[in-house]
Design a protein around this ligand. Structure first.
Ligand SMILES: Cc1ncc(COP(=O)(O)O)c(C=O)c1O
Length: 415
């Protein structure tokens, strides 16, 4: 408590607005304590019939929230990265293990997808990255063209990745049009909804994510916008049999665990045999607070980021670089007047970021949007208030003015 734990980011702090925050509920924390204490082995029905039944229940909640058919199913994973990896294994199996497999993704796709592609054996020339449009969205026409070109080059695309909330800007790809291309081209569509997916619980998120239910697979992270402690990823697939075909392998020493279709062995749905009981945390926190509280918390975060966007537009010196979407907003301080090259603006905003963090105002992170240095706020926590967001944006503007003077050499210390 004294020497180790303080030397870690407080990712659950209301003003932790960097990267992707995670603010767990207390029943979720107690659930993890119980799961660890009872040391549940959640790989086979024989090992944990009760917990396996509960995982089926929670996965079925997710299935219904997404709007997937009853054929759909999935499993909890360590996180979004593992969910994507499992999805690509299933996609490769469905594609029949082609000689030169490829994947197609937009340039805003999370790096976890490229890593998973590498792990499943896709060579660098098979990782086809399509530039996104001015709104950071994957254009269906550009996707279709990339598929054609890849095939002309002798590659066999096994999956397309679309995003339901990019980590950079919260952008949502045009999912229905991308699904049309994938159906026409007979290619597996994975939608990475690791951070944005649970927004389907709100009317605005439902509207933005329309078409997500047409994906062959979806990655979700309950440790992001469903307020669970790490690790709580999830993979859902439209047809759960595709997962079993990809992962089920026989072993003599596990013959006692084959209890039939009704008794799901979660080890047959993903790459882990020994698994912990992750579903319990979601179940306990939703039973404790009710789903309405989760819907309200997600809606509130979306609204706070929208308010931050409006404040940025109204505040002199601040410039919006991507519109608020699913809790994320990107912007920068841009002083009036000529002479502010992209490089100098980058230096100025980097200095602002360092001071915001050093002053203890808030934890914010930065990114690059079409080459431009951007400050990025990600509002996901159920504890973040309007004052947290307002205070952070206004402090950034004030620091921008201070640093502008310092950088332009006009700054004089007060007498
Ligand atoms: C959109 C998206 N996909 C995938 C990931 C990777 O998920 P994890 O860190 O849970 O492995 C993240 C993490 O932030 C993400 O935001």
């Amino acid at each position: 408590m004294r020497d180790v734990l303080p030397v870690a980011a407080r990712v659950d702090h209301p003003r932790f607005l960097a990267f992707v925050p995670s603010a767990p509920t207390w029943p979720g924390v107690i659930a993890d304590y119980l799961a660890a204490g009872f040391n549940i082995f959640q790989g086979t029905w024989l090992g944990s019939g009760g917990p396996s039944q509960l995982e089926l229940v929670v996965i079925d909640w997710f299935r219904q929230w997404i709007g997937y058919p009853e054929t759909a199913g999935g499993l909890f994973t360590s996180g979004g990265s593992a969910a994507i990896l499992d999805a690509l294994v299933a996609a490769r199996e469905a594609a029949g293990w082609p000689e030169r497999p490829a994947v197609i993704l937009g340039d805003q796709t999370h790096s976890a997808f490229r890593r998973a592609a590498r792990i499943v054996g896709i060579r660098p020339d098979g990782i086809v990255v399509v530039p996104t449009d001015t709104s950071f969205r994957l254009d269906p026409g550009a996707l279709a063209a990339a598929l054609t070109t890849a095939r002309e080059c002798g590659l066999s695309p096994i999956a397309v990745c679309a995003n339901a909330g990019t980590t950079n800007t919260g952008a949502v790809d045009p999912l229905p049009a991308i699904a049309d291309v994938c159906v026409q081209e007979k290619i597996w569509l994975h939608v990475d909804a690791a951070y944005g997916g649970f927004a389907v619980l709100t009317p605005e998120g439902r509207r933005l994510l329309a078409g997500i239910e047409r994906a062959d697979s979806i990655s979700l992270d309950a440790h992001k916008w469903l307020f669970q402690p790490f690790e709580a990823g999830c993979l859902l697939v439209r047809d759960v049999a595709t997962l079993v075909r990809a992962f089920a392998v026989d072993a003599d020493y596990l013959q006692d665990t084959k209890l039939g279709m009704e008794h799901v062995n979660f080890a047959d749905r993903g790459y882990q045999l020994t698994r912990s009981f992750r579903a319990l945390k979601v179940w306990m926190s939703i039973q404790t607070f009710g789903l309405a509280r989760f819907r309200a918390a997600i809606a509130q975060a979306i609204e706070l980021a929208a308010l931050a966007g409006r404040l940025i537009e109204e505040t002199e010196g601040l410039e919006l670089l991507s519109p608020p979407s699913l809790g994320i907003v990107c912007f920068r301080f841009r002083p009036p007047g000529a002479g502010w090259t992209e490089e100098r603006l980058g230096t100025l905003n980097e200095a602002i970021q360092v001071r915001v963090i050093a002053s203890g105002t808030a934890m914010i992170s930065s990114t690059r949007l079409h080459g431009r240095y951007a400050l990025r706020l990600c509002v996901l926590s159920h504890q973040t208030t309007l004052e947290d967001v307002r205070g952070t944006v206004l402090r950034i503007a004030a620091l921008g003015r201070e640093l502008e003077l310092e950088l332009s050499g006009n700054f004089h210390c007060p007498e």
